[in-house]
Design a protein around this ligand. Structure first.
Ligand code: ADP
Ligand code: TRP
Length: 332
């Protein structure tokens, strides 16, 4: 039997190339070796997204993005979190095994508290219970499907560790391996994709290159990448340049070496490097963009694909819950 790989993406914003290299591509690479279960974490998005039109648009966008990037729904169980009510039952169960202190230590919650404190506001201002208990719902997503590995970006590793802790608390209580302890799978080489301003590419920083940006917009964004004021003639260090770091993701090894040599030799300006980056990015993303637009134009087929995935997922989920309810004395 193949091992199980599971991951989810929150439909909270437009997909960008950080999501693609940090999450989608590594997850799709695992589908050859693993039984994959990939989903749209739509109830996770509700914590921050209250505009119904925007949320449904984003859900379909992220789903279309996965398919455009090459997910084959005949091989991967592909679904929306909200279609699996067992997830929310499991989350309730897991609450009983999760220390409040564990949640207090979650990076995302701590960052929100710190942001409030530094503004002199109440520490809990604007923090809902969805954010506070986020790691429990995420643990439910993972543990429900007996996942062995969870491909994620570095920022998500703490959440996987919390899922491990929670699974172990359940197993320890009943002295039985009721839940499989999952491992994070982080692709180290692309662990953090830099954004237009040099910080991590993230929709919260507004420094993203959208995965399906039209060609014109793509060029414009790449031309906006922040550079230093080194003159054209001066030799430059490729590894210290956002442009080069992004180029590495899209170019062949030979192309990378050629551009690195040009950096070191001097005589190459930032404008030229940006143009080369644009060409490489556009070469990889154009076919994806075309597929995305075709899928997005046919929501009926898309929804049917997701509904089929949900049916398969629910059969697995039901078995996990039956096992737990029996072990806990909830089912006789
Ligand atoms: P954002 O940071 O834009 O809000 P999400 O938190 O929704 O993105 O991330 C979705 C997935 O994409 C996660 O697995 C996350 O680790 C990955 N990811 C997001 N941004 C990057 C990045 N700049 N580099 C690598 N992976 C990323
Ligand atoms: N928390 C993840 C993110 O912000 C999304 C997510 C929700 C997830 N449930 C998951 C990822 C389960 C992996 C497994 O990107």
């Amino acid at each position: 039997m193949k091992k199980i790989s599971l991951t989810g993406i929150k439909p909270t914003g437009i997909l960008h190339i950080g999501n693609y290299f940090g999450a989608i591509k590594p997850a799709l690479a695992l589908t050859r070796e693993y039984d994959a279960r990939y989903f749209i974490a739509d109830y996770h998005a509700l914590n921050t997204m209250k505009d119904p039109k925007e949320l449904s648009e984003r859900i379909r966008e992220v789903a279309s993005g996965w398919l455009a990037a090459g997910l084959n729904p005949d091989e991967v169980i592909f679904y929306r979190q909200s279609s699996i009510p067992e997830t929310f039952e499991l989350a309730t169960i897991l609450m009983a095994f999760t220390g409040k202190g564990l949640m207090n230590r979650a990076h995302a919650y701590k960052a929100a508290v710190q942001a409030n404190q530094s503004k002199g506001e109440d520490p809990d201002a604007g923090i809902n219970m969805g954010l506070f208990t986020y790691p429990v719902l995420m643990a439910a997503d993972i543990l429900l499907f007996d996942s062995h590995v969870v491909p994620v970006g570095k920022d998500q590793v703490q959440h996987i560790e919390m899922a491990q802790d929670i699974a172990q608390a359940v197993n320890y209580t009943y002295q039985k391996e009721l839940l499989r302890t999952p491992e994070a799978a982080v692709t180290e080489t692309v662990a953090v994709v830099p954004g237009l301003d040099g910080r991590k590419m993230s929709k919260s920083y507004g420094n993203v290159i959208p995965l399906f940006a039209p060609e014109k917009e793509l060029r414009k964004l790449i031309m906006r990448i922040v550079t230093n004021s080194q003159p054209v003639e001066e030799p430059k260090d490729p590894e210290n340049s956002q442009i080069y770091l992004l180029y590495k993701l899209f170019a062949t090894l030979e192309e990378q070496q050629a551009l690195a040599a040009r950096y070191r030799a001097g005589g190459m300006g930032w404008g030229e490097a940006k143009e080369m980056l644009f060409q490489a990015v556009n070469r990889e993303l154009s076919p994806l963009r075309e597929r995305f637009e075709a899928i997005r134009a046919d929501p009926v087929t898309l929804d049917a694909v997701l509904a089929r995935g949900a049916e398969k997922a629910r059969a697995i989920a039901a078995a996990t819950l039956t096992r737990l309810r029996k072990a806990m004395g909830i089912a006789f």
